[in-house]
Design a binder for this molecule. Structure first.
Ligand SMILES: Cc1cc2nc3c(=O)[nH]c(=O)nc-3n(C[C@H](O)[C@H](O)[C@H](O)COP(=O)(O)OP(=O)(O)OC[C@H]3O[C@@H](n4cnc5c(N)ncnc54)[C@H](O)[C@@H]3O)c2cc1C
Length: 445
């Protein structure tokens, strides 16, 4: 069965809206359904929630002509991470040697911008339309209050991590779905702007308070505030279950994150009001039902947020899907797209999980930090020959799987260098000889 020219998009989040606009530009007809009310009319005032966007996400936003406006009006650039130690010391680690940045973007502003753009381009968006499932035998999409025929149309399920449309794939005999729940949850807090509407922490940085088995992070917002997220076990010694009341939460923060605590002005209220959410990953296979229905974005691959890549990966799906449509792969469009793409989204899922360990624990580990220092020196000595795994994931469009493999290779090379004490000493103390350079070249090439 060929892919159709008419698309029904379920889910008007960033992935659904981006793919609709790009399909429309390619001459396809599209209509978007979303379960929420129009956020422009029913704006949820109060807390700013943000996410980090980088190259892969911006590549798709650039296709929509929105990269510059987002970077200049709706985002704060972050050129590295600031580690806050137990003793209130800070240490800034740049993300790249070439001053490349990631961007903290307001989720609601991004969504509203995309909604405005989609409507400007003539796309109809139906709000308050909660989709329940797809009945393949009847070619029908069932919503809470109505049904629509999908005859002669294809469906893109961009309905997020809890995707009800994912369940419609269960009719496939080989369908597999895995939900991995972490024993961690998260809670968000806001550090308000100072009296002059300025930022109370270094603005162009992602702040991390790593505390071995838990951590706090903070990302800047354009209005001078920071959104902090506490990642903590749900049960156990250091766990949400033990900071349920205001006093225990207060002593926990004062003990582990005193500098952040004193900047969160209405801590008591925020602890009471802000929900604790679970952390989980979703993978499934395949992502498609013939050329009839295809999952994209979080609906296909929800990952944990520790590499800041969930939406970047979803927007990259959009870019690659449009490329496949352009290449005229109509016969097996959906299945060939997912076969090509899935190994990469699996790889970023694994990398994101591993990055949690790096962020909360390894950044205070001596060997890890030694490797980081050596890596930094190698980058200085061989700028065009060495790219860190973070750079490959964040500042390039290299397939995620390749970036993951290269990262493992990098790590082996760094271990090899560390085993050579003299070479390590020369590297760390700027005493590199010609012979060292020769040896290093042979290791890193
Ligand atoms: C704490 C946290 C931090 C994160 N930080 C980052 C980050 O720094 N960088 C990054 O790249 N990613 C981050 N992510 C991941 C990012 O939020 C998601 O990957 C991204 O929002 C996925 O976009 P999407 O359009 O696929 O899904 P969503 O944004 O979830 O949008 C889904 C849309 O579908 C609609 N919908 C849902 N169900 C139905 C239904 N039944 N019927 C109709 N419509 C429906 C919803 O209303 C919504 O509009 C983070 C995630 C979390 C939880």
């Amino acid at each position: 069965m060929k892919a159709c020219n008419e698309y029904i998009i379920v889910g008007g989040g960033p992935v659904g809206l981006s793919v609709s606009m790009l399909l429309l530009r390619k001459g396809h007809s599209v209509k978007v359904y979303d379960k929420r009310k129009d956020p422009r009319i029913n704006s949820e005032s109060g807390r700013s929630i943000n996410l980090a966007l980088s190259n892969r996400g911006f590549k798709t936003l650039a296709l929509l002509g929105l990269e510059e406006i987002i970077k200049s009006q709706h985002a704060v650039s972050m050129s590295g991470r600031t580690i806050h130690s137990n003793s209130n010391q800070t240490n800034f680690q740049p993300y790249s040697e070439n001053n490349e940045c990631i961007y903290s973007v307001s989720r609601s502003e991004l969504n509203i911008l995309l909604l405005d753009e989609a409507e400007k381009s003539g796309i109809e968006i139906v709000f308050n339309a909660k989709c329940l499932n797809f009945v393949d035998s009847k070619e029908t999409l069932v919503f809470e209050e109505f049904e629509i025929s999908t005859n002669g149309k294809s469906i893109l399920a961009c309905d997020g991590a809890f995707s009800p449309l994912r369940n419609s794939l269960k009719i496939l005999s080989g369908f597999s779905h895995k939900e991995t729940k972490l024993d961690y949850g998260y809670q968000e807090f806001t550090i308000p702007p100072d009296d002059n509407s300025g930022w109370q922490l270094e603005k162009h940085s992602l702040h991390i308070w790593p505390r071995k088995d838990f951590m706090l992070i903070a990302l800047p917002n354009t209005d001078g505030s920071f959104t902090c997220t506490l990642f903590l076990r749900l049960a156990g010694e250091h766990a949400f279950e033990n900071i349920k009341d205001i006093n225990s939460a207060k002593s926990f923060f004062i003990r582990y994150f005193p500098d952040a605590y004193y900047l969160i002005k209405d801590f008591d209220q925020q602890i009471k009001d802000n929900p604790i959410s679970a952390l989980f990953m979703e993978t499934c296979s395949p992502w498609n039902l013939d050329n009839k229905l295809l999952l994209l974005g979080d609906a296909a691959h929800a990952i944990v947020p520790f590499y800041g890549q969930g939406l970047n990966a979803g927007l990259e799906d959009v870019d690659l899907f449009i490329e496949a449509v352009e290449n005229g792969l109509t016969e097996n469009l959906f299945s060939s797209f997912q076969k090509q793409r899935k190994p990469d989204t699996d790889a970023i899922g694994e990398l994101a999980l591993h990055n949690f360990i790096e962020m909360r624990d390894l950044v205070t580990d001596d060997i890890f930090m030694l490797k980081k220092k050596i890596e930094h020196r190698i980058k200085e000595l061989f700028p065009s020959k060495w790219k860190t795994q973070y750079e490959q994931v964040t500042f390039s469009s290299l397939p995620y799987l390749k970036a993951q493999r290269n990262g493992r290779e990098n790590d082996k090379k760094l271990t090899l260098i560390l085993e050579n004490e003299i070479l390590t000493d020369h590297l760390l103390n700027n005493k590199i000889t010609e012979q060292d350079m020769y040896l290093l070249s042979s290791i890193i090439m």
